[in-house]
Ligand binder design. Structure first.
Ligand code: DX5
Ligand code: ZN
Length: 230
């Protein structure tokens, strides 16, 4: 299968005092997307960044900004992120009482829409909304923090979602990206790709790359090499 793999560094693990520089550096190193983790200290027990930071970073990169909302409620903040230059916006179904409405709202704002599954969230939330999705994001850690260990039970879940997407496309449906978020590293990215993912969030793996190992360019070379073996 010929496949485009996308790597999305999560700026959660970047140096927040130098965010503009950090996003420029990962774009130059080969990032396909900027993964932008939004936490509200309510839906998840951590607090990060919002639309003002998205707007400030937008002119620093050409690549799409992939906003992962870990906030509840969801709808009120969607338009603000669209205005701030977000290209993709995804949210957790538990955090939105009205999944179909939120997906439509994201698309009406001109962004691509995604739904996010925590490790223990069942895939039944896909049942009636496949035609409204541009992205399915599977969490392979519990949301809230970078640097956690990949949960292996995500692998069969990736395979299940891949089967659903392939069946949807075979029936004439639109293409949908399958992104995996949490604990993705050089040593497991190939296994995640083989299970069916085509987009990979990598926070600590990218921003924690040692200068001695070639920094961000070095880790992208190793991630791409691992993906080339798939
Ligand atoms: C966790 C975030 C992830 C996280 C990934 O809630 O959604 O994007 O930052 O970080 P790593 O790659 O370090 O697990
Ligand atoms: Zn994320």
């Amino acid at each position: 299968m010929t496949q485009a793999f996308r790597i999305a560094p999560s700026i959660l693990s970047a140096d927040f005092a130098r965010l503009g520089e950090e996003v420029r550096a990962v774009e130059a190193a080969g990032a396909d997307l900027i993964h932008f983790d939004v936490m509200d200290n309510h839906y998840v027990p951590n607090l990060t960044i919002g639309p003002l930071v998205c707007e400030a970073l937008r002119p620093h990169v050409q690549i799409p900004i992939d906003v992962h909302l870990m906030v509840s409620p969801v709808d009120r903040i969607v338009g603000d992120f669209a205005k701030a230059g977000a290209n993709l916006i995804s949210f957790h179904p538990e955090a939105s009482g009205h999944v179909d409405r939120t997906l439509q709202l994201i698309r009406d704002c001109g962004c691509r829409a995604g739904i996010v599954f925590n490790p223990a969230t069942p895939l039944c939330h896909l049942d009636h909304v496949m035609d409204k999705l541009d992205l399915i994001l599977l969490m392979s850690v519990n949301p809230g923090f970078g640097g956690q260990k990949f949960i292996a039970a995500t692998l069969p879940k990736i395979r299940a979602v891949r089967a659903r997407i392939d069946a949807h496309v075979a029936a004439g449906g639109q293409s949908i990206w399958l992104e995996v978020d949490g604990g993705v590293k050089v040593d497991n990215i190939a296994e995640v790709a083989r299970a069916g993912a085509d987009a990979f969030v990598a926070g600590s793996a990218v921003f924690g790359a040692a200068d001695a190992d070639g920094g961000y360019r070095g880790v992208f070379t190793r991630l791409r090499a691992a993906l080339a073996s798939v």
